[in-house]
Write a protein of this length. Structure first.
Length: 151
């Protein structure tokens, strides 16, 4: 199957806010669930570093029933993220949208998908409207409730 990205889904690791989680750790978590390895294409660390996960040429394993053509991006944390993470997410989203011609309305949070709702997931615990407003305007007021620490 050819992976032809047309959408992006944003997740969280559901770990302690502000602490990094290595790609290797996430890879092992996913293998422990019986998957072939890390399901996300990118991991954004608290310092803003973007780590590569699953190869961008391979379909992800991050949204049950909706992985086809869907790029998985995960923020380390549970519900509060550093401004560095948000800035990196903004930069990465823009690059992916440009590279794969992804429309702005094709960015989702995991919690928006039917399978996540069925599982009771709220990941990444940020309103999609507030997140999109930040991604496209750089207005940090829209995400202030989800920023870890001071601006």
């Amino acid at each position: 199957m050819i992976f032809n990205p047309s959408r992006i889904t944003i997740h969280c690791t559901d770990t302690k806010n502000g602490l990094p989680v290595s790609v290797e750790t996430i890879d092992q978590w996913h293998k422990d669930r019986g998957w072939t390895g890390i399901g996300y294409h990118f991991v954004i660390q608290p310092d803003g570093r973007i780590d590569d996960g699953r190869k961008i040429t391979k379909m992800g394993a991050h949204v049950e029933g909706a992985n086809e053509d869907n790029i998985g991006v995960v923020l380390c944390g549970r519900n509060k993220y550093t401004i560095e993470q948000f800035k990196s997410l903004r930069e990465l989203s823009g690059e992916l949208m440009d590279r794969f011609n992804i429309d702005p309305w094709e960015i989702y949070t995991h919690a928006q998908w039917a399978s996540a709702l069925k599982q009771g997931k709220t990941c990444p615990n940020i309103s999609i409207n507030r997140l999109l407003c930040f991604l496209f305007t750089d207005n940090t007021d829209t995400i202030k409730d989800n920023i870890l620490g001071d601006l």
